[in-house]
Design a binder for this molecule. Structure first.
Ligand code: RNT
Ligand code: ZN
Length: 429
């Protein structure tokens, strides 16, 4: 379905790139070096934007999760084939080589009901074959929500040991699946744990759930699992857990630092005036790896589509300036059902890649020198001056080189795809 750009478009993109390359060079920035750096960074594209976090268990809703998806845009993917087709449509429009990120409730069990604590690699065989054929790395998540045993709002920290045991076994099963995904894809699989556990109103006991959560996680991680990068994700509050979340930032920072697992920082999971950008250089002194969930918090919602915002740029600047990229896993995490879902993937992913390119095109040496000299006037002036350099021309050249439509062209391809699948996706979504 992909159109090749016309000769005149190619000429224009190349001419604009050459002018941009010279403009950046005058600030001491090498655009070719920036593009080489950018192409080495994979994003982990979350599958759940494609189906509003519904999963394939038929009766699933977001019960017990504190998550809410709003919007009634038609065309939600309803099964693995549709979700993979949508993924492919999005991947064609995102320059570079990326990874896919699944949740456990996207298992394909051939119509049989398989309990979550009995999930096994075979239930992801179709996903693994598909990813292997396309050279896509794979990441994975336990699904500790949308389930009767999560309906109370507690899972790994539940006071009932049988319920805890069920979720511990689920976590263990997910790590075995992750091991197989890593082996198939030939690249480590990040297996993330996020649990919704918490209270709507002021608890009498804040300690108990955290002790149980710590011990349950220790059981999940007790077996060595080659190829798996374990990660744990904190949250300040969710819908229905306004007063207390067992897995808070302090809890997981301590856990990740002492257990040597990766720390997942979701951009929507902190107080609005806190930034994940500022946390990176602090936590990476004490934990080996960080998983990002790039999202955009908006008032009560933590899961809007990320855009090319100050927050995204600041986060990318930290990753690049701190030289942390080799210790980062950059995942996306949001769900918007009010706009075309393929476009939501593409907009979010392209915004993050633009943020990285932005950071890679900064005159970092100059900024550092000015700062070291105490010339804060010069530092601020330089930061402002480079903001209006023609980054868009460098980005469009990158898209062209990666055989991906530029900013003015990708949406038309989403619309063409939408028209092509539209008639087959009618009916309740
Ligand atoms: C929820 C967490 C979690 C989920 C996904 C579906 O607040 O951000 O990462 O969004 O796992
Ligand atoms: Zn998240």
């Amino acid at each position: 379905m992909k159109k090749t750009p016309s000769a005149s478009v190619v000429r224009r993109v190349e001419a604009e790139y050459e002018a941009a390359r010279d403009a950046y060079a005058s600030h001491g920035v090498d655009t070719e070096a920036a593009l080489r750096r950018l192409e080495a960074v994979p994003l982990s594209l979350h599958c759940w934007q494609g189906d509003d976090v519904a999963g394939f268990e038929q009766d699933g809703d977001l019960g017990g999760s504190g998550l809410q998806v709003t919007g009634g845009y038609p065309g939600r993917a309803r099964n693995g084939d549709e979700l993979r087709a949508d993924y492919e449509a999005a991947l064609r429009l995102i320059p570079g080589r990326h990874r896919i990120n699944l949740h456990a409730f996207y298992a394909e069990t051939g119509g049989r009901r398989v309990a979550r604590n009995e999930l096994a690699p075979e239930h992801f065989a179709r996903w693994m074959d598909w990813a292997a054929d396309r050279g896509l790395g794979m990441d994975f998540n336990g699904t500790f929500f949308s389930h009767p045993l999560a309906a109370s709002g507690f899972t790994l920290s539940h006071r009932d040991s049988d319920i805890r045991k069920f979720w511990i076994e689920h976590g263990q099963a997910c790590r075995r699946i992750g091991r197989q995904m890593a082996a198939r894809a030939g690249s480590p699989c990040v297996v993330n744990v996020w649990v919704p556990d918490g209270f709507k109103d002021t608890p009498a006991d804040r300690k108990g759930p955290r002790e149980r959560l710590r011990d349950a996680l220790d059981e999940i991680f007790s077996e060595r699992m080659d190829g798996v990068v374990d990660a744990v994700e904190s949250k300040l509050f969710g819908i229905g857990t306004e007063a207390y979340v067992a897995g808070s930032h302090e809890f997981y920072l301590g856990y990740a630092a002492t257990r040597r697992v990766a720390l997942c920082l979701d951009m929507g999971h902190f107080h609005p005036t806190e930034t994940v950008a500022d946390k990176l250089s602090a936590v990476l002194l004490f934990v080996d790896r960080v998983l990002l969930h790039i999202s955009r918090g908006l008032r009560w919602d933590s899961d809007h589509v990320p855009v090319f915002s100050d927050e995204v740029r600041a986060l990318a600047e930290e990753m690049v300036r701190g030289d942390w990229l080799h210790r980062m896993h950059i995942g996306l995490d949001y769900f918007d059902a009010s706009i075309n879902r393929v476009a939501a993937w593409v907009i979010g992913a392209r915004s993050v890649l633009k943020g990285l390119l932005w950071a890679m095109l900064q005159p970092v040496e100059t900024l550092r020198r000015l700062e070291a000299e105490g010339d804060y006037t010069g530092r601020l002036a330089c930061m402002e001056n480079v903001k209006t350099l023609p980054m868009g021309a460098v980005w469009n050249a990158y898209c062209l080189r990666k055989n991906t439509p530029g900013d003015m062209d990708w949406l038309e391809e989403v619309r063409a795809y939408e028209r092509a699948i539209g008639s087959r996706r009618l009916g309740p979504s």
